[in-house]
Structures are given as C-alpha cells and as structure tokens.
Design a protein around this ligand. Structure first.
Ligand code: SF4
Ligand code: FE
Length: 480
C-alpha cells in the first residue's frame, strides 16, 4: 500500500503480521501495544510533517530517479543542499518528538548502498545498482518504513566472523539457491525495527578473505518466515503504560525502540540482494553508512537538546531560580553546546561532495567529529540539566501521590514552587527532564551510530597527521 498519513502508516503495520516478543510474551498487535505506541507516534511524525505545507521544503524532495515528489526519508541526496536539508529536517522532527524517530537508519542505508553498488558494478560487472534502483522506485512510491540493519551481535570481539565458535554470531549466507539465498544470524540494537515494514541487512564491518559468507546485503520484509524480533528493555518503560505525568514524555518514545532481530534460514529472492560475497566492498559500505548516520547527530540530538534546554529553563522558572546568574550561565553553556553540535552536522553536509554514482556524500572526517562530540556533549547538557533541576529530579513523588485523596494535599503543598504555577505543571517539566536525561536515552547517544572508539579510528585514518607534521616542519623551517 502507499503510505501518506499517520493513519495509513498504522494501518499498514496492523496488516503486516510480524513476530515480536515483549517481556517474554508474543505481541498480538504491535499498533496497540503500549510499549510500541510511543515509537510508532515518533516515526509517524516523518509522515505527518511531510503533509504540512510549511514543512514541505524540508520534509519532501524531488526524486532523482522518477522526478516525482517523495518523502525525503526515501530520497537519494542529489546536492549539498539536500545534505543540509536533511540535518535541518532532523532538528525539526526532534522538536516535535523529543526522541529518536528512527527512520534515518533506512534512509542512510539506501544512500550508502546507492554509492557502493554503483562502484561494485563498475568493478565486477554485477547488476546490483539496477536492482537497487528498482527497489528504490518502490520505496519512494509506497513510502514504507525501512530499517537499516548493520550491527551484528559479534560474540568474541577478538575473533573474525569466520573464526567464531558459533558461525551465526555474524549474519551470514547459509545457502545460495537458483532463486535466492538463505540467511541466518541476528542484528542487534535495531532502532525502529518493531514498527518498520522491511529491514536492509548490511555487513557490520570490513570483511577479509574467508569471510565472504558474511558479505551480504539484502532487503527483507519483517514478516518473512524465520524472522523473530525481541524488544529491548528501556529505563522506566512501564511509566509509558500509565501515560501520566511520571512518563515525562508519554506520547513519544524515549529512544528508538530497539530490538534484537533474529533470522533463521530466511529466504531472500535475488532481486532483493544487493551484495553477495563481494567482501572487499564491506569496508567502504560500512564507512559510508557510518558517515551518513553520524552526519545526523547534530541535527536530531541538537533538536532533542533544545527540548532539554527549554525544560531546564522552565524548571528553573517554576522554582524561582531563573534569574540567578549561575543558572543563566549554565543555560548559556547548554545553548552553546547544542549549537556547536548542530554546526558540526551542517559543516559536514556543506563540505559534502558528489560520488561517482551521482549521489552526494558528507565530509567523513567532520561527520565523525560531529557524532563523537555528541557522545560527550549530551552528557554535559544532561549534567547541567540535573544541576539546574535540583535533587527533586531524583526524589519526586509519584503522579498517583499527587492524585491521592489522602496524601495529595501534601504533595500539592510541599512540591509547589513559585506562585502562579501549579504543582502539577512543575512535576510535568521535572519528569520530562528526568525522562530525557537519564538511562537509555544517554546510552543511545553514546553508542548509536557507532561507539566513540569507532570515531577515533576514523581520525587516525582521515585526520592526515602526516600532512599536519609537514605543515609544522615548513613553518619551523625544518628541511627533512
Ligand atoms: Fe535518526 Fe537520530 Fe534516531 Fe539515528 S538517533 S535514527 S539519526 S533520530
Ligand atoms: Fe540512533
């Protein structure tokens, strides 16, 4: 079906029967499960905003393949302007959801594949690029939600995929047939998978000789026989079930709604396979996907930070500290940090360049810096939010205490801040801050799009240390 509205999106999820487990139990209907509704609401914003005339410029694009107007999340970047608009779009949506909206992963996967399959075909005379174009036409036309599946469980990290005691710890081809391939393995931390329609599996790292069975890229419907999704536990997730003040942000997800996606002899026909054994292209594909996803973080986390900053200022206002000079200083510091990470995303986009395929690619060194900054800055912004919010962030009574006929009067009286602001209002903003600055949300900022060490490795590769030594020698007038 073609998906345009939030209602279309939910209906399509209802119709597609996926196998999902939550807390040890099978989920009958993912669209009515309280753990998934906030994540569905977040992803639905990528559909809803695209229909609003005031957001059309950021949320939609003209397809370079068909010339049709499409949702930007299905677009292949055709200019530097497209790269910049992507970042602006992410900040915009983050203001609406205050959480991850998940759809960037599939977006980045198809862009990375567009460049890489083009070069694979150039080298090997394969037909992956043409296949991908057909797939993209359908993706753009139907506007379904694609999750990008990169991270394998990895087992013993000191061993290569083919050296693992259990060969399935990296997702692999178990059989090649005339009509397609059979896939076994798993993808971990899959953002948005429980409310997506398809998954694009990709290799998790560069592969060496002997690892060809792990060099697989394929688009698989999430209701394919043999796929099981196991939803991850999040901090305070039961509070979403109550959907009261304690949830903080009840309507939208805390992070991306991550799941472990297991594949057991899953059949994929050839027209959905975009790499099969070309191990030397795993490294370039992973690097491109990582760059495209790291490009995003100053946009989405910059936008999420804006909400944290606003909530911190409100918390201060509600308790009468907004005028204090040290609070103003802290808010200024938070603003500086949020704009700095956003500047990184805009900069790596502005310095993007055209690849041989025609698609545009952000500057990889700056994209890595942007994501690496996020792994620190979000903690600092959260630390400042906790500093401003005060100890009450950790000791606030329950929503039900406020509503209790016996003790509500005490909560009302003693949790009150300034005149003119109700206790309930104050509690709402404190819970929003708690929700956004703790547990799962912080860890996602650290490890989403790759752990900090994976960005450090890129500095060694792309940082041109040798050239910098030459520059210094020249200035110091050292001959050799
Ligand atoms: Fe998109 Fe950010 Fe979520 Fe990644 S963490 S999927 S970039 S919103
Ligand atoms: Fe993420």
């Amino acid at each position: 079906m073609k998906i345009r509205t939030k209602e279309d999106y939910i209906k399509s999820l209802k119709e597609q029967k996926t196998l999902i487990y939550y807390n040890g139990k099978k989920v009958e209907d993912r669209t009515t499960h309280p753990a998934f509704i906030p994540h569905i609401n977040s992803a639905a914003k990528t559909y809803e905003l695209a229909l609003m005339p005031e957001h059309e410029d950021l949320m939609t694009a003209t397809s370079s393949i068909t010339g049709h107007k499409i949702n930007r999340f299905t677009h292949i970047h055709s200019s530097v302007e497209d790269l910049i608009k992507k970042v602006q779009m992410l900040r915009l949506i983050a203001h609406e959801t205050a959480s991850c909206f998940q759809r960037c992963v599939g977006f980045d996967a198809v862009n990375a594949l567009y460049m890489t399959t083009f070069e694979m075909d150039e080298k090997h005379g394969t037909k992956y690029f043409q296949r991908l174009l057909k797939y993209l036409e359908r993706l753009q036309d139907e506007n379904f939600m694609l999750v990008g599946g990169m991270t394998d469980p990895k087992g013993d990290r000191s061993k290569r995929p083919s050296q693992q005691a259990d060969p399935d710890l990296y997702t692999r081809i178990v059989e090649k047939r005339e009509d397609g391939v059979l896939i076994t393995g798993a993808k971990a931390h899959q953002t948005g998978s429980v409310n997506s329609h398809e998954i694009m599996i990709m290799p998790t790292q560069a592969m060496a000789e002997g690892d060809e069975a792990y060099a697989i890229v394929a688009a698989i419907p999430l209701d394919a026989p043999g796929i099981t999704m196991i939803f991850g536990r999040q901090t305070n997730e039961e509070r979403k079930f109550e959907c009261g003040i304690d949830a903080g942000n009840c309507e939208f997800g805390m992070v991306g709604g991550e799941a472990l996606v297991v594949f057991e002899d899953v059949f994929v026909p050839w027209e959905r396979v975009f790499m099969c054994g070309e191990a030397e292209f795993c490294g370039p594909l992973v690097e491109r996907f990582a760059t495209l996803h790291r490009q995003n973080y100053g946009g989405c986390k910059g936008g999420v930070s804006d909400v944290v900053i606003g909530a911190s200022a409100l918390a201060a206002q509600y308790q009468g500290t907004l005028g204090a000079s040290h609070i103003k200083d802290k808010l200024v510091e938070m603003l500086h940090l949020a704009e700095t990470v956003y500047a990184g995303s805009v900069a790596c986009s502005a310095l993007g360049s055209k690849t041989r395929s025609g698609a545009y690619y952000p500057d990889p060194l700056l994209a890595n810096c942007t994501k690496h900054n996020i792994t620190r800055v979000i903690y600092e912004i959260s630390r400042l939010a906790h500093d401003i919010g005060g100890g009450i962030l950790a000791t606030l009574p329950f929503d039900s205490d406020l509503r209790s006929p016996e003790i509500g009067k005490y909560v009302e009286k003693y949790m009150k801040g300034v005149e003119g602001v109700s206790t309930e209002t104050r509690m709402k903003i404190l819970r929003l801050l708690e929700n956004m600055t703790g547990g799962t949300a912080l860890i996602e900022s650290m490890h989403g799009a790759g752990s900090p060490q994976s960005q450090r490795v890129m500095y060694q590769r792309l940082g041109k240390l040798g050239e910098k030594m030459k520059i210094a020698k020249k200035i110091a007038k050292i001959e050799n």
